[in-house]
Design a protein around this ligand. Sequence first.
Ligand code: SIN
Length: 191
Amino acid sequence: MPANTIEHNRTRQNFEGVSSIWLFGYGSLIYKVDFPFLEQRPATIHGWERRFWQGSHDHRGTPEAPGRVVTLIESPGAACKGMAYRVSPTVFEHLDVREKNGYLRFATTMTFEDGGECEGLVYIATQDNEAFLGHAPDAEIARQIAGAAGPSGPNSEYLLRLADSLRALGDACPHTFAIETHLRSDAERDT
Ligand code: SIN
């Protein structure tokens, strides 16, 4: 899978006759809402875990010093909370560019807080994409994030804003919070 997924995503779903579709966001799509939406609802997807295993060479890092951003890893029994948006399919023209560094649109089922379910889409960067970095110890991920920045800003801002958003949503994501703790204590130690 090439690092740039724009063309690939354009061929993945047929939006003919579709006026709106639900999109599930679990990373920056929770807090950086730079696209129009018709409706917004907290939601959960099951069988997936959030992981800082995707490299960011274009937004929160550079090709020389990539940052780390989240993707989803299959994990039976797990649940991942995020924000669902009902959007016009035209929104994907913008989002496919924003998520171009390895993310593909997949169909998913999301569950709303009232128990209702809905089919929609989610961007996932799978292990076969060129920017995938994979597992590393939490402390090492925190150090990499602390040292990375790109056109969208410091990688630490991505992590801290995501952690705050997950607290607001009530998502106990031990992976994100452990990396946040490392990042904050390293910063304190270095001051
Ligand atoms: C998402 O937020 O749903 C995808 C990953 C990201 O853009 O951070």
